[in-house]
Ligand binder design. Sequence first.
Ligand code: TXA
Ligand code: MG
Length: 408
Amino acid sequence: EWWEAERSKQTPEAKAIEEAAHLLRASEIPVAFPTETVYGLGADATRSAAVQGIYKAKQRPSDNPLIIHVDSVDMLDRLLNPTLQSSPSVAKMPRIGIPQIYKPLIERFWPGPLTIILPNPSGSELAAEVTSNLTTFGVRMPSSPLARLLIHVTDRPLAAPSANASTKPSPTTAQHVYHDLHGRIDLILDGGPSGLGVESTVVDGLCEPPAVLRPGGVGIEALRECAGWEDVVVAYHDSTLDVKEIPRAPGMKYRHYSPKARVVLFEAGSNLDGVVAHVRKDLQDTAIGAHTIGIVRTRNWAQGLNLAPAAEMARTLTPVSAAIDNLVSFPIPVLETGSPSSRTKMAYDHHLGSDAVSIAHGLFATLRALDELDVDVIYVEGVSDRDGDLAAAVMNRLRKAAGMEWKV
Ligand code: TXA
Ligand code: MG
């Protein structure tokens, strides 16, 4: 009823949502919209041409399946029972339900950042491009009210990957989407910055024991508290978690979350003197020269990396443009005196915060901001995978951005 009132008033917000819903139903060009995790690039999951539009806009390989977004369990129920819609006479046939294993998860985490894998029913309405011809599909109900309203008004399940250009860090603001996709899409719904900042957790309860295919907004400890999920295993590749299985979520084998700059990740607990020594050596070794470096701190590098004599550095700390909040730049005087590299002139230093929630929230935005500053290399202080619900997701994204991890 709230929506009906809003629509009848024809507020700018209501008009934008109606236009987005119209494009989603009619156009073959996807529409970007906010969710609580990251911005999504949405298309009607039942129309092949529309779903192909997502792969085109993102330049994403089409063997990578997409997550379906529903506004209600009811919409999911209709997806699982396609024949009941076309023919009322089969209404007496038993309905295909959501597998019991998922009930406690849905109860606890929906709407929210959790994607479940379900068997794609025979006669499925889902476009083949959504599932990349797998026999299963991934689905979630976002907690973002704007996302759910958009799905409701469109009255279609929406396939939506993150709305970045393929391989880039995921977008957590409408501006990030614009940066990557302008000229490729017609409309971005701006709902402000995404609250969480990392994507949903993807779980597979169809296998025994159930598995986490991608770490995300719901932590593994929280999953373990649910009936049937006590023995959940991780099935994504992350070295510190000692996973032997090959990647099972197809998205995992691609280069991902990468800024232009080279990312060097230091695992949690890296010795600080060792880090500084490594950075110095790394800058000396870099054949092309790192003119500009970025430092992203979390817990223990609170005082910054002592690349320059501390007193000198404190004197030269200066804020840069307001557009890049909390990033401070400083020249590295020690570099002029011959070590580590005379070509390195500037460092940008950013403290993401100490807890996984604030780190996740600012992570992708910071990698993007450093790219805007044409940083050559970014040194990142990692956190422990078990340091809060979002920590595993943060480290998973950072390890991918880095391509490898560094231990000191
Ligand atoms: O938070 C999110 O989930 C965001 C926002 C926009 O909702 N969406 C998102 O979608 O991250 P996408 O398409 O970028 O991520 C899809 C992930 C990939 O890792 C993919 O491999 C996995 O989900 N996935 C999708 N369908 C699958 C399936 N049938 N079996 C296994 N993994 C699947
Ligand atoms: Mg993505």
